[in-house]
Design a protein around this ligand. Structure first.
Ligand code: SF4
Length: 408
């Protein structure tokens, strides 16, 4: 074994994976440093197949970004503005509720609400926003507020995070997204997001949410100033947190988008790095069932290829996403259900529409015309789901909504 370590570190990792052994930090580094992308991808694909089979999940959802005013001004963020700066906006409670109503009318099962840390927005409005959305969308799942927003609300209210989360839960909050994690290591945060909550605080808030019965997601923003060791440290801290609580639903690696940020001098991530990071995430996070490829950051075609590198979830229809829009990610703001089904099928996998808690809303045949296929002539456009609701209007990938953003 030690001979293999020097000659072929990946052989050691492959042996560990084959015997179901948990991978170490050194294994994670070896995977990241490997030049053999396809070998790393094959290993992740094998683990993905063992864990979740050939199903690929997606959700009919809508993102609502209620404000881009933020006191933190993270250096990687192209979305935030100072109060009064050109382009700064804050939606009213009625505007947020109106967008949620529209989403439900279009068949969304999940409403995803995030924004900046806006100290001028009273907590009463935040609560009213969730209560209002709950009223117009009684059956939809409300996933809202990153850990840093929750910390901001607690600070404004001079109370603790548990109180805020319990109160928002009573107003209608169902779960939390995974944004704000960035890279946990303090040295990296000091460089890219010095005003944001610490990595420890982020993990702590998610643990509190899990303790209250709220599921959450987790993310990692990679491709800026961090090292492979920082990425591995981040993933292992998430794995440890999941061991302790079992409250994470999915992990989403987010590729840094340098355009229009204070780090615009840095190059964007490459396709190789995107795929390798996804694969290493699948391999290190052995206790996370779902690994998501976020097409809005990478584009739909790379996201389809990511299904061969450990991903089993393509997120959703999204509709509006201002965070990537402001960084000119250039991959559009919405994709139709028909298009998601088409790309999943084209990868030879089975499209499964899910709700926010990964309960199956509808399973589609792996191929049009397959025995389990019940979606009619053209795939999906215009058909309803098991609740009799209609699909959202079909929009071309690349079509842009009027603007607002989110963290998955
Ligand atoms: S990443 Fe979030 S917390 Fe940081 S500046 Fe942007 S909106 Fe604010």
């Amino acid at each position: 074994m030690s001979g293999l370590t020097h000659a072929d570190p990946l052989a050691v990792v492959e042996q560990r994976v084959a015997s179901g052994e948990r991978l170490s930090a050194a294994d994670g580094i070896a995977l990241f440093e490997s030049k053999d992308l396809l070998r790393v991808g094959r290993l992740a694909d094998q683990v993905r197949r063992q864990r979740v089979g050939d199903d690929v999940y997606f959700v009919v959802n809508r993102h609502i970004n209620y404000t881009n005013v933020c006191r933190n001004r993270c250096r990687f963020c192209a979305f935030s503005r100072a109060e009064g700066e050109p382009g700064a906006y804050t939606l009213t409670v009625d505007e947020v509720v109106g967008k949620a109503r529209e989403a439900v009318d279009q068949g969304a099962t999940e409403i995803h609400i995030v924004g900046g840390e806006n100290p001028t927005l009273p907590y009463a409005s935040i609560r009213a926003m969730i209560a209002g959305v709950r009223q117009v969308a009684p059956a939809a799942h409300i996933k809202a507020f990153t850990a840093s927003e929750i910390a901001c609300f607690a600070e404004m209210e001079k109370t603790d995070v548990e109180d805020v989360l319990s109160d928002l839960k009573s107003a209608g909050l169902d779960s939390m997204p995974g944004g704000g994690a960035e890279i946990f290591r303090a040295e990296v945060r000091a460089e890219v997001c010095p005003s944001k909550i610490s990595g420890e605080r982020w993990l702590d808030i998610h643990r509190i949410a899990h303790g209250l019965g709220l599921k959450t997601n987790a993310t990692m923003l990679y491709g800026h100033v961090e090292s492979y060791a920082d990425r591995v440290d981040h993933l292992l801290r998430l794995r440890e947190a999941e061991d302790a609580t079992g409250g994470f639903q999915a992990f989403i690696p987010l590729a840094f988008q340098p355009k229009n940020s204070a780090l615009s001098h840095l190059p964007p991530t490459t396709g190789v790095d995107d795929l390798k990071t996804l694969a290493v995430s699948r391999l290190l996070l052995d206790n996370f069932l779902h690994i998501k490829t976020y097409w809005i950051m990478t584009g739909l075609k790379p996201a389809q290829v990511a299904l061969f590198f450990g991903a089993d979830d393509m997120d959703g229809t999204v509709v509006e996403e201002v965070i990537s829009l402001m960084s000119e990610a250039g991959h559009g703001q919405t994709v139709s259900k028909a298009e998601l089904i088409r790309v999943i099928r084209d990868a030879g996998r089975t499209p499964v529409e899910r709700d926010a808690l990964y309960q199956v809303v509808r399973r589609y045949g792996a191929r049009r015309g397959a025995a389990s296929d019940d979606d009619g002539e053209c795939g999906v456009a215009g058909d309803g789901d098991r609740h009799g609701r209609q699909s959202p209007p079909v929009a071309e990938p690349g079509a842009r909504g009027p603007g607002a953003g989110g963290s998955p």
